[in-house]
Design a protein around this ligand. Structure first.
Ligand code: ATP
Ligand code: MG
Length: 258
């Protein structure tokens, strides 16, 4: 089983959209996928059609582990209307940042739980919040690799470099196996000169860590989320579906090589 965090310290960069649709694309390739929502905004949970009052969620899960109770991860997995297994999040997960401060081993609560689902899943994909707090750290400590989606409109190099530094620290102190799988450009429009310039700069700096697949701007991706569906169930002919299928292929090759 491989665990992949979708993370970057930048809001609205396409993390949730990538987590859902990459998961769906990999599922279509025959992989057994588990999604985990560790973001208190619970966007992924809602975009897969669940309402805010869903229970139990990641919050109860972390509380039980922190209290030293025996936890069976299977009791927290829900299957979305489009057939994606998910451990949901809820708004109260925001409180976990504070509540876990004094808990022993707080950075590795999630990592300790994943082995119990290893026989059932090939790939676990974790959707992270846009900040580095205890929740993102839990995701990174539990992961083999990080995928960073980046909106092609701006060049948030500073944010990117600072996220890389945090990742390095986690690698050295808490999780030696953590790798940067790559950077994927989202909401891409090749007609925009700025998008092309950004891509060039990123490739100069990060080389083949930049995925050659780019996710184009496609309104169907946003519409699918409103309907609680992944892009393949919503409109499999859309550019969004084509791009995420290509990303899954490229990522699959990378995972196989590593
Ligand atoms: N390729 C795309 N084309 C059009 N709209 C997109 C695309 N990717 C994402 N969006 C839309 O942009 C918004 C932000 O995307 P998303 O929620 O995936 O970002 P995020 O990084 O998860 O944000 P946050 O940091 O708040 O968790 C959403 O409304 C989503 O539907
Ligand atoms: Mg998100």
């Amino acid at each position: 089983m491989q665990t992949l965090s979708i993370a970057i310290q930048k809001g609205g960069s396409g993390k949730t959209t990538t987590a859902i649709n990459l998961a769906a694309a990999l599922q279509l390739l025959g992989e057994r996928i588990l999604l985990i929502d560790i973001d208190p905004q619970a966007n992924m949970t809602q975009a897969l059609g669940f309402t805010e009052d869903i229970e139990p969620t990641m919050y109860q899960l972390l509380r039980c582990v922190a209290d030293g109770e025996e936890v069976n991860l299977n009791g927290y997995i829900k299957v979305s209307a489009s057939g994606l297994p998910l451990i949901p999040a809820s708004l109260d997960l925001a409180a976990a940042e504070m509540e876990l401060v004094s808990v022993y081993g707080r950075e590795s609560l999630l990592a300790g739980l994943l082995p119990s689902v290893t026989p059932q899943y090939d790939i676990v994909i974790i959707d992270c919040p846009p900040s580095i707090g205890i929740l993102t750290v839990n995701a990174l400590v539990a992961s083999d690799a990080v995928l960073m989606p980046l909106q092609a409109e701006f060049l948030p190099m500073k944010g990117l470099e600072s996220f890389m530094r945090s990742m390095k620290t986690i690698q050295v102190r808490l999780n030696r196996r953590l790798q940067l799988l790559g950077i994927v450009l989202t909401r891409y429009d090749e007609r925009k000169e700025m998008n092309q310039r950004l891509t060039k700069t990123l490739i100069e700096r990060f080389g083949d860590k930049v995925f050659s697949t780019k996710i184009r701007t496609n309104i169907a991706l946003a519409k699918a989320q409103e309907k609680g569906l992944d892009i393949f169930k919503f409109d499999r002919r859309s550019n969004g579906a084509i791009d995420y299928a290509a990303l899954a292929d490229e990522l699959y090759q990378k995972l196989k090589k590593e």
